[in-house]
Design a protein around this ligand. Structure first.
Ligand SMILES: NC(=O)c1ccc[n+]([C@@H]2O[C@H](COP(=O)([O-])OP(=O)(O)OC[C@H]3O[C@@H](n4cnc5c(N)ncnc54)[C@H](O)[C@@H]3O)[C@@H](O)[C@H]2O)c1
Length: 530
């Protein structure tokens, strides 16, 4: 299968190409596991700096320099003598000029972002395999499609926005991205290609030099201090902004690519093929605090100094952006949640070790320390188990519990006293999202005025399996010796089907995930509570 990445020499293009090489397979039509045989990186510039060695050493990566404004160049990315057209094709269209450059040069933004998108869509439409499998086209759109900050805007900063929020961009960049979303939907509706648009919030931590984006300081606040360079930040440290990490952005794009055509149609339908990726509202002060918590204090003098030199105009712009984004359609397509801040910073340090000042040391990840300890004697201990804690409601609830929020939505009901120690057990199948939830819990507890005493325990368990549930509760018993609350949150669904056609395996999957798991966990919980 050929994978074409336009703008592939840029930040996200390189992270994406490297991740595709690691995975080795993508979806083509109904086949979810087609080997990637070629990765074509298209960019208007020669790649000045490779972020990952694998991209230079891989024999299946080729670079084609050219401009997406040129239709024949776009066609050449998809077609050449080497290409086995029936092996499958996936286009990731990332090539674009960003908001600053777009405002400075209207014609450039129109040509690259709009005409370039049309050229890539047309090239994909004209790509004709003899098989009936139509190519997948993943489009990198942006939160800038939504405008805010003006009295007449449909939305204000406090509103929750979603895929149904009307696009009324304030920049030429945002306008071209919104047009791209509409084009993608129509090309998909007509069956020319299978379009999946990924609306990205601001992505951190961008390696290398700051770019001209309004919100580039959300990367600078991490990158510059870690490199030992002083930085003056231009916006108010307490303003929240919707962010995601580059790993979650790329995993989101790949989740959209790999989801089956039937699920994509079920979630996106024929008329609106773009979904907003999950994000989290974070301030510069939050990032600064996360950084200070993971850098070993003995080495922290090597961190570059952070100061604030506030640009009021820029602060006002950032303040006007809504920070609450409903990403339910992206969640349904399998987009991962945004990792915790410490995970984001650690990932950056792992991926770009040369960008880190040599004297800086990170403290051990909390994930490696908590599991072996015993907190039975912690003062005023109360313990909660949350199943399915790696995402969504499970994650949100675990974070709430970590800050003493045990009182229900009205705040009434059980209110733990101030000197309570909280034990939160995070249960799920995959460890990575659980560690991210753990980090978010730790950060939430640390951000409380009266710092919460919190011990988290991450356990990978299959809550539909009696043995696994039994082991889970044994571990809780040996670690905490008690249980006060069980949130049976884990569950699963299957694609809807008329009752008479529901396959037995789907029936068992739903019953096991939702009913058996609740039965098994509740049974064990009662034993531990009584
Ligand atoms: N990084 C973010 O925070 C963010 C947020 C929202 C949306 N996006 C979107 O994601 C995509 C990738 O972003 P990024 O952060 O990697 O940006 P980037 O600037 O690092 O990469 C974009 C690449 O596009 C290339 N390009 C520009 N004009 C081109 C042309 N005429 N023909 C071919 N290539 C051209 C550039 O040379 C560059 O390598 C973009 O479409 C961007 O709009 C990014």
């Amino acid at each position: 299968m050929r994978v074409v990445i336009t703008g592939g020499g840029g930040f996200l293009g390189q992270v994406l190409a490297s991740e595709i090489l690691k995975r080795g397979h993508l979806r083509s039509g109904e086949d979810s596991n087609v080997p990637v045989t070629e990765v074509v990186i298209g960019d208007v510039m020669e790649v000045k700096e490779w972020l990952f060695d694998s991209l230079q050493t891989s024999s299946i990566v080729t670079v084609k320099v050219g401009d997406v404004c040129d239709a024949s160049y776009c066609a050449s990315l998809l077609n050449d003598d080497n290409n086995d057209k029936d092996g499958g094709l996936c286009v990731f269209h990332l090539g674009a000029v960003m908001s600053g450059a777009g405002e400075a040069d209207f014609d450039l933004a129109m040509n690259v972002n709009l005409k370039g998108m049309m050229n890539m869509l047309e090239a994909t439409r004209q790509f004709r395999p003899t098989s009936k499998v139509i190519p997948t086209f993943v489009y990198a759109s942006a939160g800038a499609t939504i405008g805010s900050g003006c009295d007449t805007d449909w939305i204000q900063s406090g509103d929750v926005i979603s895929d149904s929020t009307r696009a009324a961009p304030h920049t030429t960049y945002g306008m071209t991205k919104a047009c791209g979303e509409l084009l993608l939907s129509d090309y998909s509706r007509r069956g020319f290609l299978d379009g999946r648009g990924v609306r990205l919030p601001t992505v951190i931590v961008r390696p290398g030099k700051p770019n001209a984006a309004t919100t580039s300081c959300f990367s600078s606040v991490i990158r510059e201090p870690l490199s030992g360079t002083a930085i003056a930040l231009p916006i108010d440290g307490n303003l929240k902004h919707a962010l995601t990490s580059y790993t979650a952005a790329v995993d989101g794009m790949l989740a959209f690519q790999t989801v089956s055509p039937s699920l994509a149609n079920q979630v996106l339908g024929p008329y609106d093929r773009t979904a907003f990726l999950p994000s989290m509202a974070v301030s510069l002060a939050d990032l600064q605090q996360a950084l200070s918590q993971i850098v070993d204090t003995a080495s922290s003098s090597a961190l570059g100094f952070i100061t604030y030199n506030i640009d009021k105009k820029l602060s006002n712009i950032v303040q006007s952006f809504p920070t609450s984004i409903d990403s339910s359609r992206a969640n349904a397509l399998g987009a991962p949640p945004t990792p915790g801040l410490a995970t984001i910073i650690r990932q950056y340090c792992t991926d770009f070790p040369n960008a880190i000042h040599p004297q800086l040391k990170l403290v051990d990840s909390p994930a490696s320390t908590t599991e072996t300890e015993n907190y039975k004697d912690a003062p005023n201990l109360i313990v909660a188990i949350v199943t399915g804690a790696g995402s969504g409601i499970g994650r949100a609830t675990a974070i709430k519990f970590s800050t003493g929020g045990w009182g229900g939505p009205t705040g009434k009901g059980f209110a733990p006293p101030q000197n309570t120690t909280y034990g939160i057990v995070l249960v799920g199948r995959r460890l990575d999202p659980l560690y991210e939830t753990q980090q978010l819990c730790i950060e939430a507890a640390a951000s409380q005025k009266d710092h919460m005493k919190l011990h988290t325990l991450v356990i990978s368990a299959d809550v539909t399996c009696e043995k696994s549930v039994s082991e889970l509760f044994t571990k809780v018993k040996t670690t905490f010796g008690r249980l006060d609350l069980l949130f049976n949150n884990a569950g699963a669904n299957v694609p809807p089907a008329p009752f008479q056609n529901v396959p037995m395996q789907d029936y068992h999957k739903v019953m096991n995930a939702n009913v058996t798991s609740t039965f098994l966990c509740s049974q064990q919980a009662i034993k531990l509570m009584s």
